[in-house]
Design a protein around this ligand. Sequence first.
Ligand SMILES: Nc1ncnc2c1ncn2[C@@H]1O[C@H](COP(=O)(O)OP(=O)(O)O)[C@@H](O)[C@H]1O
Ligand SMILES: [Mg+2]
Length: 294
Amino acid sequence: MRIAILSRNPKLHSIRRLKYEASQLNMECQVIDPLACQLVIRGKESQVVVKNRPLPTFDAILPRIGASITDYGLCVVRHFEMQKVLIMNGSRAIAESRDKMRSLQVLTEAGLLVPASVLTRNTQSLRTAVEAVQGLPAVLKILRGTQGVGVMLVHSPISLGSVLDTLRTLDQDVIIQQFIVEGAGRDYRAFVIGDRVVAAMVRTAPQGEFRSNIHRGGTAQVVKLSKKFEQTAVRAAKILGLQIAGVDLMESHEGPMVIEVNSSPGFEGIEKATGINVAQAIVKHMKSAIRKRK
Ligand SMILES: Nc1ncnc2c1ncn2[C@@H]1O[C@H](COP(=O)(O)OP(=O)(O)O)[C@@H](O)[C@H]1O
Ligand SMILES: [Mg+2]
């Protein structure tokens, strides 16, 4: 079996782990830089060319597309889809989960609980927006932020207006979102592969911070999720069409709320916190998907 990982950086912890686990399972694994891929369409033919050579055929491809190269990266993934290669995750699923508003639309439409949210470019009807998210303080999020950057808490109508004006000038669309007071400072990360949660951790924000991202100083601990949390995480991944997903959830009065779904979840933190071999679970999942297909 021959698989490929699409990644800019073969030295990343997750990529090195995946390569190692693939070799343990006797799978050939090549890391391809998506930005090195030249995409050719000619008549009914399509080809991916790297260094002047067409790529060999792979049994499966694992895209690890970072936020900074989303557009080109998605085009590369889409090209492999044209060649009917098994891909986890697909381009549409990645695109849909990366956009914070779009993913909330899809999740809420499917009946999952998400925080009340407003997307607006207009600062005239802010009163209605604030009412819709159950008042202040409220959370502001730029559409494509990651690692907690681009997520803010605003306490007054004056700061809300001025922050929105500022972001508008910077050409950033923003979501105004209900602040989940009861669960603040803590979120749950469920690592979903296929139709199950393989590992889960709870992340706690440092003192004086509401964002629990590890990159913002949050700390992680292994956790046993309740059935309800597990089912919500698996459903969220499924609805977005993701085979591999990092689903972030918060506890609310109404039950588990989905905060966001990551299509290229890292696993250094979760492997450390839980002692679970996530990389091996991913590679095994790919292997069985390839078998099923053959
Ligand atoms: N609506 C909310 N209410 C309270 N805390 C939130 C809310 N949304 C996000 N957070 C906190 O902020 C962190 C970052 O938000 P998130 O939407 O996951 O953005 P990012 O993609 O940057 O991680 C979350 O992990 C959570 O701790
Ligand atoms: Mg997050």
